[in-house]
Design a protein. Structure first.
Length: 205
């Protein structure tokens, strides 16, 4: 996604959220580079579900070659005709690509001044782009940082209804090895986001 506005500072907690959204976007948009695999191998988690998933991912990244990661990515998301998984909101919500969820997203992107990058050719409702959008909204890449209500509304409309299902599918996909713990990280993070937004909504009611 294009971003021409300067990044605006925000809370440390929100920056960490944005970092994780950006990290998932990087892993899901293309095969990880050697640099990204190296950085992933240096990650350490804690005793939480998310921390344990990060530890598992880190261990795998340390023994995964870039060529192996590329083959896995291609099998999962590209394939000869199509990959094992189709990581698009339209597909998960309607069973078809380029359906109403994509049209609704494009309308909301206009309202948020989010532009599709000229070098991006796949539909904007893919999980990598949506994670990148969330990170950009939190950081203020598209103008002022989005407040919690704007973040919650975007998440509940475009990510929450399907992303956990996708990440669960990624965990159990036939071709997932490195991407199995990536699926776990994504699923657990989506659950944390859902609960946080729910609690924020209750506190503001």
């Amino acid at each position: 996604m294009n971003n021409t506005a300067k990044t605006v500072s925000t809370s440390e907690e929100d920056l960490l959220r944005a970092d994780l959204y950006d990290y998932l976007a990087a892993l899901l948009s293309c095969p990880p580079s050697g640099e990204l695999l190296g950085q992933t191998g240096e990650l350490t988690g804690d005793d939480t579900d998310l921390g344990q998933a990060i530890d598992a991912l880190s261990r795998l990244a340390r023994v995964t070659k870039t060529s192996t990661a590329e083959r896995e990515f291609n099998a999962l998301f590209i394939g000869m005709a199509r990959g094992e998984l189709l990581p698009y909101a339209s597909f998960y919500l309607t069973g078809f690509l380029n359906e109403k969820p994509l049209a609704v997203l494009r309308k909301d992107m206009l309202g948020l001044t989010i532009e599709r990058a000229p070098n991006v050719f796949e539909p904007e409702d893919n999980i990598a782009s949506l994670c990148e959008m969330m990170a950009g909204m939190i950081r203020g890449r598209f103008g002022a940082p989005a407040d919690i209500v704007q973040q919650r509304d975007f998440f509940n409309k475009h990510i929450g209804p399907w992303a956990s299902h996708f990440f669960k599918d990624l965990e159990g996909a036939k071709n997932s090895v490195l991407y199995a713990p990536i699926g776990t990280v994504g699923r657990v993070f989506m659950d944390i986001e859902k609960e946080s937004f729910r609690m924020a909504g209750e506190s503001s009611a």
